[in-house]
Each structure stands twice: as C-alpha cells, then as structure tokens.
Design a protein around this ligand. Sequence first.
Ligand code: MSP
Length: 520
Amino acid sequence: MSKQTRYVTTPIYYVNDRPHIGHVYTTTLCDVYSRAMRSLGHDVFFLTGVDEHGQKVEQSALEKGMEPQALADLNSEEFRSIMEMFDLTNDAFIRTTDKEHTMQVRAFVSTLLERGDIYLGTFEGWYDEGQEEYHTETSARDLEYTSPISGKPLVKATEKNYYFKLSAYQERLEKFFETHPDFVQPPSRKNEVLGRLREGLQDVPISRTNFSWGIPMPSDSEHVIYVWIDALFNYITALGLGDKTNDWHEKRHQYWPATFHIIGKEILWFHAVIWPAVLMALELPLPRCVYAHSFWISEGRKMSKSLGNFIDLETIESYLEEYGMDAWRYYLTTQGPLGATDADFTAEKFKETYNAHLVNTVGNSTSRVTAMINKYYDGIVPSELNDGERVVLLGFDWPEKCKHAVQNWEEAMEAFSIAKAVECGMALIREVDLFINDTAPFKLAKDESKQMELGAILYQCLETLRIATMLLSPVIPNKTREFQEAIQAETCSGNLQEQAQWGGIKPGAKVTKVALFPRV
Ligand code: MSP
C-alpha cells in the first residue's frame, strides 16, 4: 500500500478553563483515528494544543494577580499533561504564545492586509464575552440577546476595527459546499451551516482594542488580533506554512491540507465558513473535512459545576481507578456524541457498557479460548488442518469473515466513523462466542475421535481473536497489547493489512491464559 499523509487536529483549548471530559473526548477521538491510520502505515500528524490569548485569559490573570503569560504557562502545562495521562499520541502540542506561531500569524495577516482582504472599519454589533464571539443584529435578536453558551447577556459594542472581507467569499463558499458535499460532517450540521450561509455573509471584525493580551496587528500595535483568527491559524502555523525558514515548515508542511479538523458543534461556524474563507484569501488548499461532534451531557442534564454533575479531571480519575484507562477510552469512543445528538454520560451506563462489551465479550472470549488451549493442548496452539485442508465447521468461513471485517474497519476509520469501526472488531468476537457455543469444544474434548475438529475450532477462535483485537487496538491499546503478548502475536506495527491476514498464528506457538477485564 502506498504511504499517504493524514493530518488530524483538535480545537486548541482555552487555558482559562481546566481540562474536562469535553477536551479529553475530542482529543481521544483524534488519538484513535491517528493510531488506526498509523497501524495502516500512513504518515500521520496529530495536532492538539492550547489557545492562550484573549480577554478571558487576561481577566482571569488579573483576578489572580498574575501576568497573563504566567497564567497561560501554568494552565498550558495542565493541558499538556492530560496528553500523557490519557495515552494520547499527539505529534505536537501548539501554544498560541509560541513565537513560531505569533510570527506566522502576523505574516499571514500582513498578506491579507496587502491584498485588501483585511481593512480598517467601524464595528457595531453584539458581543458574547464568554465565547469572545460577535453576533450581528439579526442573529443577536434570534438569540434574545443572550449567550447560548453561558446564558449571560450579549453586550452592545461599537468600535474601530480591522475587518476580514468575509462577504466577498459568499459565492466561492457556496460553490465549494456544492462541489464538496462531505466537507462538513455529520450531514445535519452541514445543513445548519448552509442555512446560515444563505442568509448572507457580513464582514467580520478581526481585531480588538479594549485589551492587550494578544498578537499585535502588524503596523498598528493599538489593535490586537482577534483571538479566533489567531487560533484558527494554528492549524497551518504548526506546519510552518507561513515561514519557509521555520523548522516546522521543513518537517511538516507536507501534511497540509488537513484530513480532519475535529471540533465540537459550538465552534462549527468558525471552522466551516470563516476558516475556509481565510484560506481562500491566502490561496491555500482547504481541509478535506470539518467534523463537528455533539456534546456530552451528564446524568441527563447539561454539565454544570453548580449541579454537581460536571465531569472534571477528578471525576475522570475515579473512573480510571475503578475501570482502567482502556475502559474509559472505550466508553468515550463508542458511546460518545460523535453524531448529531448529545450523549448522556451516566455512571450506570458506563458500568453496563463495561460489563457487556469488555467483560462479557472481549474479556470472556479471550479468556475462554486461551484457557481451553491451555487445558486441552498445554498452551500449544493446535492446527486447523486435516491433510493440508482447513477444517470448516458449521459453514463458518473465518478467513473470509475476518477479511471483510478488516475492510469494513478500514473504511469506517477513514470516514471517522469510530464506533462503527470498533463494531467490526466486536462483531467478530461475538461470533467467536457463538461458534464456541454451537460447536461445543468442551464436549468434543471428551471424544478421542473429535481431536481434529477440536484443534480446528480452537485455532480458528484464537486466530479470529488475534485479528479482532488488532482492530480494537486503537481504542483499547493496553489490553490488546497484553493479549497479543500472551498469545505471542506480533503487535501492530504499520502493516495491518498484512498482519491481519489469516494464518498469522502458527501452530506450535505458546499461549498463556489471560483475564483482561475484571468484573466490577
Ligand atoms: N479555543 C477555542 C477553539 C479554537 S480552535 C481554532 C475553544 N476552546 S474550548 O476550550 O472551549 O474547547 C472547546 C472544545 O472542547 C469543543 O469544541 C469540544 O471539542 C470540546 N468540548 C467542550 N465541552 C464539551 C462537551 N460537553 N462535550 C464534548 N466536547 C466538548 O472553543
């Protein structure tokens, strides 16, 4: 297979907040995708990081009697540390205070000024202070002059600002959406964007003068660049696209355009409309897909600190202690809000999912099969052949089933349908269980004349589990590695299509018993 590049990004997170399930969720999705793509041999660049400028950070710092930079340093470290804590394999961690970033943002903004895509004008509108987002009169009225995120009133604002000529991109954007129907996922989100696009685009202010914690506008240091414009640029500054002499450029420029920008639904407009227009203005290629997932709510209600249902790092840690990291990752990626509806995080559902999927399916099957091989064959893998021919029982064509599962898994992963991809592995495991029930190897073991069948059943079960766990390894990397080591199988190393071919386990290999997921 030819090696291709894959570039996947998370939003960069505001450092005035502490990390919580939302940040961990998006980053975990990108991690699963990255691991899957690496296992297929692709050259992956997985970017995450932090958004450090803006009024909110300046205010928080002020309240704490700190310099904004000191607060940003402190909180950025906390975000960086969650990457290790959750086994997240990001290739880089960008900070918007990195000088490589700020220099390039200024260079991009200068280019846009020179081309007339940014100009000085007067702004009148409604400002959402919490989100650092502007609303026009019409959209503010629709929102009843209240922030949809924080519930606080929008503030009337008039000031001299630099504007980005978004209105000039109306037609080009419409055309782009027409010719790239998969640009925004899932489809219902795309329809929202198209609806708003049809109302007509207005130019957007991209600078602020009422605070100073930001990147100064080139040649007008009274203004700082609006935090959202600063932030969006991270996706290309991290690749050094704005400075050919930069080390980042040399190593990373080949990853653009992004394969997936993964974001939450609340920041879709910036990513689906403003960002593409900025890229068009800079004559850069557009990302392949902006995927906007929905939100985690908790125990049936919007997460909130005052309701006590907020899933912060401390709450997450209690789940990790009780169930382990892989169980956490599994729950997030298979039960999460990747589609168009919000997902409810409940302690009950977590436990149910853990028991049904991990204990009773993955755990049970792997332990049953390795135990039988130990009991009947002293842990030595038997053969599935009779006179060189595969013994087929009850019409189960395992090599064919596995081949299909691998193909479907790859397709689903490529489309970022993570839960669907996981299901390809899980379905195989459930079939192994059925197969064991139907062929009853524990009965055959008592019959001298059925040894050939017994060997074939156990070989086929083990080999299918080996392939199935490969497909699960991006989500539950630690437990699948434990299993692969126990059956002396190769761990995934960038050639999954070959490694997942039937016959990887050789008769005669040594297998030890496993117990991957203890019952909670
Ligand atoms: N800094 C901006 C993004 C700039 S990207 C160029 C920002 N930061 S944020 O810290 O508020 O992070 C928002 C992201 O966190 C969401 O888009 C989503 O990825 C994640 N989540 C935050 N709360 C969430 C839930 N309750 N559920 C799922 N994910 C959510 O916006």
